[in-house]
Design a protein around this ligand. Structure first.
Ligand code: SAH
Length: 251
C-alpha cells in the first residue's frame, strides 16, 4: 500500500477523522436556528465516515449530501446510513471540495468539520458561498490560535503544517470580507481531541502496524500521528478547533 492508501486504511476504522463531538455539532446547529425548522438542504463537506452527518440527520428535517474525496469513507458512511434507515435522506458524492459541481444556491446550510483547511479557510469560504441559498448558513470547524502570542516551537510546527492557522478574531474578519454576516464562534473542548479522537488513534496503532507488517510507510504514519498528539498535549493552551457559524450576507 502507498502512503495515501495506508492513511485511508487507518482512518476509515476510526469513529471520526478529526476532533469533535455530537454535543458540539448540536451546539453549532442550534445557533443557526435550522434544527426544528422546515425542510433544509445540507451539504456536509469533507464528511469522512460521517460522525457529524448522522448527528445532523437526527436533528434536521431534510436531505444531506455528504461529500468526500475518498470513496472508502463514503462507503462506510453509506453502510451506516442504510443501517439507520437513512438512505433516502443521506446521499454521498465523491468529489473534491475545491471543484464542487452543485447548482448555485442549492444548500440552506453548508457544514464542514475539520476539513476546510485542506483547501484553505479563505479559499473555502469564498468558493462555497455561491452554493448557499439566500439567507443560508455556513458552519465550519477550523484550527485556530487561542492566544495572541505562541511559543516558537509551536509556531514552527504550524508553519509547516498549515500556514493559515490564525486567531479567532482574524478568521471572523475573513468571513466578513467574503460575504458572511452574523458570525458566531466558540472553541471546542479538550475531550473532543482526547476521548473522541486521539484515544481511538492510540488504540488503533498496534493493530494497524501489525496489519501492515510494520512496513516503513506504516511506521512513518504512526510517528507523524504521535508527533501531532505530543504537540497538542504540550501546547493545547495556545490552539485548538473553533466552530464558526455565519450567515450568507446579501452583498
Ligand atoms: N468531518 C469528518 C472528517 C474530517 S477529516 C470528521 O470531523 O470526522 C477531513 C476529511 O476531508 C477526510 O474525510 C478526507 O478524506 C476529506 N478530504 C480530503 N481532501 C479532500 C478534498 N479535496 N475534497 C473533499 N474532501 C476531502
Amino acid at each position: 500500500m502507498n502512503e495515501l492508501e495506508l492513511m485511508i486504511d487507518f482512518y476509515r476504522r476510526l469513529p471520526r477523522q478529526g476532533p469533535g463531538s455530537s454535543e458540539q455539532t448540536l451546539k453549532a446547529l442550534q445557533i443557526t436556528g435550522l434544527a426544528n425548522s422546515g425542510y433544509v438542504e445540507i451539504a456536509d463537506i469533507g464528511c469522512g465516515t460521517g460522525a457529524q452527518t448522522f448527528t445532523l440527520a437526527d436533528q434536521v428535517k431534510g436531505r444531506i449530501t455528504a461529500v468526500d474525496l475518498f470513496h472508502e469513507f463514503l462507503e462506510e458512511l453509506s453502510i451506516r446510513a442504510d443501517r439507520h434507515g437513512l438512505q433516502d435522506r443521506i446521499t454521498t458524492r465523491c468529489e473534491s471540495m475545491d471543484k464542487l459541481s452543485f447548482d448555485p444556491r442549492t444548500f440552506d446550510l453548508i457544514w464542514s468539520e475539520g476539513a476546510i483547511y485542506i483547501m484553505g479557510f479563505e479559499a473555502g469560504v469564498r468558493s462555497w458561498r455561491p452554493f448557499i441559498s439566500r439567507d443560508g448558513f455556513l458552519v465550519v470547524s477550523e484550527i485556530s490560535w487561542f492566544t495572541k502570542r505562541r511559543p516558537q516551537e509551536l509556531e514552527d510546527y504550524w508553519q509547516l503544517e498549515y500556514q493559515e492557522i490564525d486567531t479567532i478574531e482574524n478568521k471572523e474578519l475573513i468571513l466578513r470580507r467574503n460575504g458572511y454576516t452574523k458570525i458566531v464562534s466558540f472553541r471546542i473542548p479538550e475531550y473532543c481531541w482526547f476521548e473522541n479522537y486521539y484515544d481511538p488513534i492510540r488504540a488503533g496503532i498496534p493493530e494497524f502496524l501489525d496489519r501492515h507488517g510494520n512496513s516503513k510507510h506504516a511506521i512513518r504514519l504512526t510517528k507523524e500521528l504521535e508527533r501531532e498528539m505530543e504537540i497538542y498535549e504540550k501546547f493545547k493552551y495556545y490552539y485548538g478547533y473553533a466552530f464558526y457559524i455565519a450567515q450568507k450576507s446579501k452583498k
